[in-house]
Design a protein around this ligand. Structure first.
Ligand SMILES: [Fe+2]
Ligand SMILES: [Fe+2]
Length: 299
């Protein structure tokens, strides 16, 4: 029997489809600077993540492809190809979005350079290929967690600009489609056990929020908020993040599932209304209409 054979519950998940040449009208000057209902904190949280994606996703692709020659399962090999194509598209669209941020005064080049140093110099020097893949699988879990849990709650993105929301909806859909690829390579090809899967998760759980918070704070300074105004933003924002029923509390079950022995990404709940997005997109080929449909279908 093939040593990299698939688990029975892997067979039912959605296909990984790279959708190319999508137009979200992101250069439109009508898109408000604070596109999440005029809220600086919420907007800059999502904006900060956007600044991370081009380099971050290149790191994911590189980490997974380092194991490509050892993959014998043709299905997994095809999934790695499709995952690569999806992530490359995400990087491209977020680079376009980040140009907007550049025009707002955010030093995207400095953020990019810092990430380049962290991910492509330091991580290459300090971590083994399996550890880099472990970091990738952990970050892919955090990404699919946010995608699955945020779009379930209609109120969260209610007042958002439909074009930016649609970009995140498309990204979320594709993250969910490929959520198990890095994990499968880590487990079935790199043969990482519980510790080598979970130590990286523990590290990124702290490293990722600090990186995002640092970028957000820099953005607030660029936006002209004084020290005390920034303190106010953080006080209200951290409450929004961590209050009962806030942004992150409802994600805890999804998050902690990763640490369970025998965990696999496809054992977790499906993304709500995935089928609604897919049907609308396939019918219209319009990613903004599909984003609106996904949002409208939320609870
Ligand atoms: Fe992505
Ligand atoms: Fe991803």
């Amino acid at each position: 029997m093939n040593q990299q054979s698939r688990m029975p519950d892997d067979q039912t998940h959605a296909a990984i489809v790279a959708r190319e040449n999508l137009d979200f009208d992101l250069d439109n000057p009508d898109i408000p600077k604070y596109w999440m209902g005029g809220d600086a904190f919420k907007t800059r949280f999502f904006d900060a993540m956007s600044t991370l994606f081009p380099q971050g996703e290149r790191f994911f692709i590189t980490s997974v492809r380092e194991f490509r020659d050892q993959i014998t399962d043709p299905t997994l090999l095809q999934e790695v190809k499709d995952f690569t194509r999806q992530e490359a598209q995400h990087s491209m669209v977020h680079r376009q979005y980040n140009e907007r941020l550049k025009r707002q005064g955010v030093d995207i080049d400095a953020i990019t350079q810092q990430l380049e140093d962290d991910l492509f110099t330091e991580a290459q020097r300090l971590l083994s290929p399996t550890q880099r893949l472990g970091v990738t699988a952990a970050l892919e879990h955090l990404t699919s967690m946010m995608c699955t849990c945020f779009f379930e709650r209609r109120e969260l993105l209610e007042a958002s600009d439909p074009r930016v929301r649609a970009m995140y909806a498309w990204h979320a859909i594709e993250e969910v489609e490929h959520k198990a690829v890095a994990f499968d390579v880590l487990q079935r090809v790199a043969k990482a056990g519980w510790w080598r899967r979970n130590v990286p998760m523990f590290l990124v759980t702290f490293g990722f929020p600090f990186t995002v918070a640092g970028i957000m704070n820099t953005m607030f300074k660029v936006d002209g908020f004084s020290f005390w105004q920034r303190m106010g933003l953080w006080t209200r924002g951290l409450w929004w993040f961590y209050k009962p029923g806030g942004l992150f509390m409802p994600t805890l079950g999804y998050y902690f599932a990763y640490y369970k022995p025998g965990f696999h990404p496809w054992k977790l709940k499906e993304m709500p209304s995935y089928g609604t997005w897919l049907k609308t997109f396939n019918d219209t080929k319009d990613p903004i209409a599909a984003g609106n449909a996904l949002h409208a279908a939320g609870a």
